[in-house]
Design a protein around this ligand. Sequence first.
Ligand SMILES: Nc1ncnc2c1ncn2[C@@H]1O[C@H](COP(=O)(O)OP(=O)(O)OP(=O)(O)O)[C@@H](O)[C@H]1O
Ligand SMILES: [Mg+2]
Length: 390
Amino acid sequence: MKIKIVTPHADNARAWAAALGSDDSMSFDVSLDVQPLHQVNVLVNGSRPELVVVETTTPRDLAELQRLAGAHPELEYVLVGNDLTPEFLLGAMRVGVREVLPAPASAEAVRSAVTRLAHKRAPQAATPARRGEVVGFVSCKGGSGATFVAANVAHILAAGGQRSVALIDLNLQFGDAALFVTSTPPVSSVAEVARHIQRLDSELLRSAMAQVSPGLWVLAAPEDPGLATDVKPQHVHEILALARTMFDIVVVDLGRSISAVTLDALDASDRLYVVLQLTLPFIRDGRRLRDVFRTLDYPSRKVHWVVNRHQKSGDITLEDVKRTLDVEQLLIVPNQYEVVASSVNQGVPVDRLAPGSAVARALRELAAGIAPAPAKRSGGWLGGLLRASA
Ligand SMILES: Nc1ncnc2c1ncn2[C@@H]1O[C@H](COP(=O)(O)OP(=O)(O)OP(=O)(O)O)[C@@H](O)[C@H]1O
Ligand SMILES: [Mg+2]
């Protein structure tokens, strides 16, 4: 595979080229251009690369990348940048860049991003790995109930062990998803897995997760908010890719921040559920998120909207929200303070604590939209009787 590295930093160019040259899983033909991107003609005379590793250091470079990627969507791009603001990331993703590394990027980070893209480009093996669905939950604003909904839906999807479900908390700074489904504090975390990413395999991932009920496994956020920065986009990428080979469904709590880490997970999600409430601040932020998703070209069937804590008496109606967000359908979870508070305080999912409650019913309906409830395995004496007579 032909690769071109474009960066104004000679040391980086050399280090990255050396790492790519020594990769033993693939053969790379690497050329270097030690200049800022806006001064380079990437596609000159026959040396047309298939993949470009580009380090942008100025807005001019980013504009040039935008132009290049717009004109040549057939190439793959790995972008190294030092300004990973949401605007920058969105700009990059909008033009089709799918691997973004924060500067300074180590040779190893560049090598693994390049091999990942190269593998994606290579023809798929005849027997694809089992592929579980990744379902992301996003909060429009703090306190919307995204974690409550995500954790409870994960529990329902596991259906008492009839499915295997992972609940992964990517709310890295103040994540608390585990405690919505168990009262036992988690022993390990996403940061712990990231720390050992070199030897990531299903055994390592499984050992960092806690089984909280039949079929439901949780990978918690780090207890120490300071460890959040140890988790890089490529770690999340690898964790999710592996998790979907191990579980039927991977539920991810993405919280409310747009960062390099969450953008990667948003992209990896097959479906997104955005949780909001019927008040203006939530709806305003909902509209912003909707614009972000449009910018990223997510098809509207990927994004689902959940109105949580719904009560009929509010000033703002569901029709208002549909109009503002320009969506046809909303999923509704009613406000039920006592049931939810005792579920959250005890770390027991509502479907177990109060299965007959309106909120449990709404969550089961939401889960059924992701995967239909499996038929009960043992239907009690009647089921047994019917089976016996069949
Ligand atoms: N349907 C509901 N009815 C009543 N109370 C609810 C409902 N959903 C959530 N709550 C309450 O709202 C609180 C906040 O929910 P949750 O932690 O899930 O929000 P979040 O969006 O994840 O917030 P953060 O942005 O802090 O992560 C919960 O502790 C719960 O008590
Ligand atoms: Mg939360």
